[in-house]
Design a protein around this ligand. Structure first.
Ligand code: SF4
Length: 278
């Protein structure tokens, strides 16, 4: 296949070549955690998700909190059929959802895995937001809940931190389409279908956060958002954690523009113990 799974449009034949993400014709899983309860309550529910952490990433942010798995492609390899069999080997009713974490660079392969797969629980697509509309249309056939990040409104920052100079435009288009395709449907406090948009506030970049929130307000009718303060510095490119004042300014802006459906993280979450250890 000539890969156009994400907005980088590398157009490489992944049977014999590698693009920016380095992924080829096998799905690579770094880790699976059962009954994973680290997500927002509407995703984790009471049971926690079957959380599948894919190896590698199409964005590779320099400050990634999961860099041990996102910046390498080390893990167990599966063909699309083998991956479906792996999912079927779990007793799915034990979880609130099947959660696919950083899956974008495996979009085409996962579409094959989930073709004709009838899941008894929602399938959650937990992604960076750096996605293209054709891919969203394709995966919406099996995804129930989109959980995208919306990281940047500032493309200079996106280029500097994630090598993605068109992040803002692509994320806006992708998230608007997700919201159009999956209206929110609730069951007992858990999203059965819908979109929860996440934004992680970065240190020293309050303006970027304010502009992201404004963009969310413009592109989605009644957005459901999660504003996160959990940034943990690992050295470059930030030499300090988020300040309480920076987070407060962002939360105040969210309230001012009417973004009041969703979650605002307790500032004390900015500790290393909230970062999964791989
Ligand atoms: S998924 Fe990987 S190979 Fe395909 S376009 Fe994106 S970065 Fe390039």
């Amino acid at each position: 296949m000539m890969c156009t799974d994400c907005p980088r449009f590398c157009k490489v034949n992944r049977n014999i070549e590698k693009g920016f993400c380095g992924a080829q014709n096998k799905i690579v899983v770094a880790k699976i955690i059962e009954n994973f309860t680290w997500e927002e309550p509407c995703i984790s529910g009471k049971k926690g998700t079957l959380a599948i952490f894919f190896a590698g990433c199409n964005l590779k942010c320099s400050y990634c909190q999961n860099f041990k798995i996102s910046h390498s492609l080390v893990g167990q390899e599966f063909s699309p059929e083998q991956f479906r069999q792996k999912i079927e080997s779990y007793q799915l009713e034990k979880y609130s959802a099947i959660e696919l974490i950083t899956p974008t660079h495996f979009s085409s392969l996962l579409s094959l895995s989930f073709e004709n797969f009838c899941s008894p629980i929602p399938i959650v697509w937990n992604s960076s937001g750096y996605e293209n509309e054709q891919t969203i249309e394709k995966i919406a056939k099996f995804v129930d809940v989109f959980l995208p990040d919306f990281k940047y409104a500032d493309n200079i920052l996106a280029q500097k931190l994630s090598f993605a100079p068109n992040y803002f435009e692509r994320a806006k288009e992708a998230i608007a389409l997700m919201a159009k395709l999956k209206p929110n449907i609730w069951q007992e406090g858990v999203l059965k279908s819908g979109v929860l948009i996440r934004h992680l506030v970065l240190p020293q970049n309050v303006k970027n956060s304010l502009d992201v929130l404004d963009a969310i307000k413009q592109i989605v009718d009644k957005p459901f958002v999660s504003i996160m303060s959990q940034f943990t510095p690992f050295g470059k490119p930030f030499d300090r954690a988020l300040l309480p004042l920076e987070y407060k300014i962002v939360l105040s802006h969210a309230q001012k523009i009417g973004l009041n459906e969703g979650y605002m993280q307790d500032f004390s979450s900015a500790k290393t113990e909230f970062v999964p250890n791989f």
